[in-house]
Design a protein around this ligand. Structure first.
Ligand code: 1HN
Length: 377
């Protein structure tokens, strides 16, 4: 005998109550949460103006002792992420400042990290015993699991932008931070490791660049597997080399979406320098405006030179020197150099390698008459 509507209603109510008590969710009630037609638009396109932040960062440098915080960083918080200290669902970023003579003690962690220097001539990071001296535009990487400490030996403030894959690693529930560094003390008779705040320098001056910054040539007498082996053996990328490369390429057409764009790579195999993030720099020539595209990856930009705008889903982010902005995944965007008499140069970090590794990467362009076309990638 067919059930009446009331009977079915009662049974569904019982099922709902039982499911709740048993920690189950009825799929047919939550489909909208799961079967998304495209990525959630939670992360907002957003720009942090250097002019707003610089005075606060310099003020923090006077009132927040580095001894108390270890890393003097103002973290970028995307307005779409409910006050969490993340720029996107995969990337964390910050402006950090270290005063003359300050040091930031050694630690290591499972997220991968990077710094891109904005100001100061005496900055350095020590990674696994290698001291990398840094100046404006230099990129230094601290791959996951590598011990690292920083310092500023210059006369002026050291300011850089940190980008880490903290939210990605947190999403995988794989976060671990360690602060208990120790190393053998040559003055101790036992030779046992002793806890210390900073690493002893064990590699020669300019190690990374001497070995690996010779484009198209790699040394055969050293082990390229430095550290875990899933990252570039070159730990610092100097701005001077990138700027010179741009100048040699300025007459090429470039990418329709990004102008003259270069990826920092592992010099031994051409891969991204770390498994989760790709680092890039691009030059937009005077007056250059790019075509619009969108892709399944999020990008953080830092403005190194010039001024212009990036239009994201119809919203214009107007940028200038040292500004930082985010283009969330799957948002239409195009860039423009506003100046007619100078280049604009953007540094960027994207989670694209993760998306590619997982087979999730895709890219589209939109023609002037609105047709959407795939971009072969
Ligand atoms: C970190 O390890 C550093 O080592 C800076 O300089 C900022 C922000 C969140 C998590 C780890 C550093 C960080 C960080």
């Amino acid at each position: 005998m067919a059930q009446t509507e009331t009977q079915v209603g009662d049974e569904l109510a019982t099922l709902a109550a039982d499911a709740k008590a048993l920690h189950l969710i009825e799929f047919w009630k939550e489909r909208m949460e799961i079967e998304l037609p495209e990525p959630r638009g939670l992360v907002k396109p957003f720009l942090w103006h250097w002019d707003d932040i610089e005075p606060r960062l310099r003020h923090a440098a006077r009132i927040v002792p580095v001894e108390d915080c270890e890393r003097r960083a103002l973290l970028f918080s995307n307005p779409g992420l409910g006050g969490r200290p993340f720029m996107s669902t995969t990337l964390l970023g910050a402006y950090s400042l270290y005063n003359a003579g300050e040091v930031a003690p050694v630690h290591r962690h499972t997220p991968c990290a990077s710094r891109f220097v904005l100001e100061g001539k005496g900055g350095y990071t020590v990674i696994e015993g290698e001291k990398c001296r840094l100046e404006r535009g230099d990129l230094v990487i601290t791959p996951n699991g590598t011990w690292h400490d920083h310092g500023n030996e210059g006369p002026d403030e050291l300011i850089w932008v940190d980008i880490l894959d903290v939210p990605l690693v947190e999403g995988l529930n794989a976060t671990m931070f360690e602060f208990d560094y120790s190393e053998a003390d040559p003055r101790s008779n036992s030779g046992d490791p002793v806890p210390t705040q900073y690493q002893t320098i064990s590699e020669p001056e300019d190690h990374s660049n001497r070995l690996y910054a010779n484009g198209g040539m790699k040394p055969l007498f050293v082990d390229r597997q430095r550290g875990s082996g899933n990252h570039s053996p070159m730990l610092v990328y100097r701005w001077k080399a990138m700027r010179e490369a741009f100048d040699k390429m300025r007459d090429y057409e470039g990418s329709p979406y990004d102008g003259i764009i270069m990826e920092y790579c592992d010099p031994t195999n051409g891969n991204p320098v770390m498994p989760t993030m790709s680092f890039r720099a691009q030059m937009l020539r005077p007056g250059e405006q790019t075509r619009t595209h969108r892709h399944m990856s999020s990008t953080i930009y830092v403005v190194l030179e010039g001024e212009g705008w990036t239009e994201v889903d119809g919203e214009r982010l107007e940028w200038g020197r040292n500004d930082v902005f985010v283009v969330p995944t799957w948002k239409w965007h195009a860039h423009a150099n506003a100046r007619k008499d100078g280049d604009a140069v953007l540094y960027s970090v994207t989670d694209e390698p993760v998306l590619r590794t997982l087979g999730l990467y895709r890219e589209q362009t939109r023609t002037d008459d609105g047709a959407i076309l795939p971009v072969a990638a």
